[in-house]
Design a protein around this ligand. Structure first.
Ligand code: DX5
Ligand code: ZN
Length: 223
């Protein structure tokens, strides 16, 4: 299974954001994970389309936008125009989940549905044929640097079964508390796309950390 490492710029040095994204892509990132928070759906406030537009041209890899905002639809076209390639949202934050997925795809982006630790997977029931990515939160959204919630592993296994049953190439992204020490267990449970914020950006050597993550994935036959 092809695996992807997606550093979350939430833990980057925002005073040097352009340099930071350049460095992390040079260090081997497959995606740049872009956390959007609104101080409403989640209790924190971060960055929006203007920042996406500024960094997208600097990186040769897709910008993976994770919307933790309510409402969702109004701002989807802005992110598509700003260079986002993947846009994920939380189903509780949209009144019309199918419509939002359609909107993201109509704007030429891959569509992802994001699940908080207590959000039931039943939101997948009628949309598996339209999803490109399922984002499984392994912390409650809002902040970087939190501990991975162990129950996520069982949930990931269920998600992986559902993806296999669909026969579609849907990425399974895991977000929150991912680090060198647990990435192999997360991959074994079914994740294939690994968001890591603090584990990468708080490390001294981004390339060494990403290489260590890939080495762990290789040990379990996922790289
Ligand atoms: C949390 C964000 C995550 C966060 C992950 O709400 O969605 O992407 O940046 O940070 P770490 O890897 O530090 O848990
Ligand atoms: Zn995220």
């Amino acid at each position: 299974m092809a695996c992807r490492i997606a550093p979350s710029i939430l833990s980057a040095n925002f005073a040097k954001l352009g340099d930071e994204v350049g460095k992390v892509v040079a260090a081997g990132a497959d995606l740049v994970h872009f956390d959007v928070m609104d101080n409403h759906y989640v209790p924190n406030l971060t960055i929006g389309p203007l920042v996406c537009e500024a960094i997208a041209p600097l990186v040769a890899v897709p910008v993976d936008v994770h919307l933790m905002i309510r409402p969702v639809d109004r701002i989807v076209p802005d992110f598509a125009r700003a260079g986002a390639k993947i846009i994920s949202f939380h189903p509780e934050a949209s009144d019309h989940v199918d419509r939002t997925i359609g909107l993201i795809r109509e704007h030429g982006c891959k569509a992802g549905l994001a699940f908080n630790p207590a959000t039931p997977l039943s939101y997948l029931d009628h949309v598996m044929d339209k999803l490109d990515l399922i984002l499984v939160m392994s912390v409650n959204p809002g902040f970087g640097g939190q501990e991975f919630i162990p129950g996520t592993l069982a949930k990931l296994a269920t998600v992986r079964e559902r993806v296999q049953a669909s026969g579609r190439d849907i990425w399974v992204e895991v977000d929150g508390g991912v680090k060198v020490e647990n990435i192999a267990a997360i991959a074994r449970a079914g994740g294939d796309t690994f968001v890591a914020g603090s584990a990468i950006f708080k490390s001294k050597d981004y390339a060494a950390t990403i290489a260590a993550m890939r080495a762990e994935l290789a040990k379990v036959g996922q790289d």
